[in-house]
Ligand binder design. Sequence first.
Ligand SMILES: *Cc1c(COP(=O)(O)O)cnc(C)c1O
Length: 398
Amino acid sequence: MPGFELFSEAERKEVNDVLASGVLMRYGFDGMRNGHWKAKELEHALQKQLNVKHAQLVSSGTAAVSVALAIAGVGAGDEVIMPTFTFVASFEAIMMLGAIPILVDIDDTLTLDPEAVKKAITPKTKAVMPVHMCGSMANLDALKTLCDEHKLLLIEDACQAIGGTYKGKALGTIGDVGCFSFDFVKTMTCGEGGAIITNNSNYALNADHYIDHGHDHMGNDRGAETHPFLGYNFRISELNAAVGLAQVRRLPEFLAIQKKHYTILRNALEDIPQVTFRTVPEGGEESYAFLNFFMPNLETARNIMLGFKENGVDACFHYYDNNWHYVRKWAHLKELKSLYPITEEVKKGMQYLQTQTFDQSDHYIARNISCLIKLSWTEEEVNTRAQKMRDVILTNVN
Ligand SMILES: *Cc1c(COP(=O)(O)O)cnc(C)c1O
């Protein structure tokens, strides 16, 4: 996945364009910037690449998720349904708006289970936010039907799945708003950065103002701009955008490498009866950022992880024992350890986390092993790794 692995002259050239003028900001300073508008160009490139009307860059993927919810009107006291398996950013972004994260089970897609979503809908529910973890997607048709029935927003967190598609459409373009992260370890990177994409022109206009203090961006005197509504600063810098601009042009190349490496690893494990692969919903194509598979039980998964370590197979994750990605280890969330007061409404709305168990999620995450697909591997390295993975797994299941 990480685009930083192939950092090159192309990225340096784009950054040098910005350094040459010294205009590090994406707005204004028209006369000084030698015609370079890296953030704008990157937005256009994303629109083209993902076949979507609007793209708005922001300062991070976490900001993208908050902005996506805010521009669609999600705020204080609203419930947002999200999966138990994701990155901590999901609930952070929801809680920043005073909204309430409602965690629900995942299924064998490793993303939101539509049945579990259905059960979690209440009159306070405003949005459903599937997170397309590790390069593959939720059953988006089922979620979209549910959202339409209940008049809910569908917000796609596609931070880990740029390049994946569902029924021929780019992930992130199926729901009302899609979110991407371009942090240092994502498939394409800006160093730090993110984007929201949407086909809804009203949301796009909201995003344009909201991420820059509510400025209306009319005319070329920033001081004279009016503020149709309140905003914040979630701007990306021109330097970060410059890196992303070079990376987005290389995205097709990155995706092809991911697919090639993924396929070699998958083929090596395919005939082991105890290995089952994550389900990709019908009509979906992964971005191949990770290879995900299930072992028969927790103990075997843990032993295989040990075996991988001993044999130098790095970059594989067992999220059950990981602090970042799974509800089991989120004590700070369950105990609401906040530096500042949290509203009574949110506290009350999150009480369920004290007692609720997520047995169905445990069933999948405990047995799941997730291997990052690197871009910089040589073919020989991938083949050696495939053989080692196969050997370790076979040793542990026989
Ligand atoms: C990386 C990531 C984010 C947050 O992105 P940052 O740019 O690091 O803030 C959000 N959601 C998911 C699923 C991610 O993987």
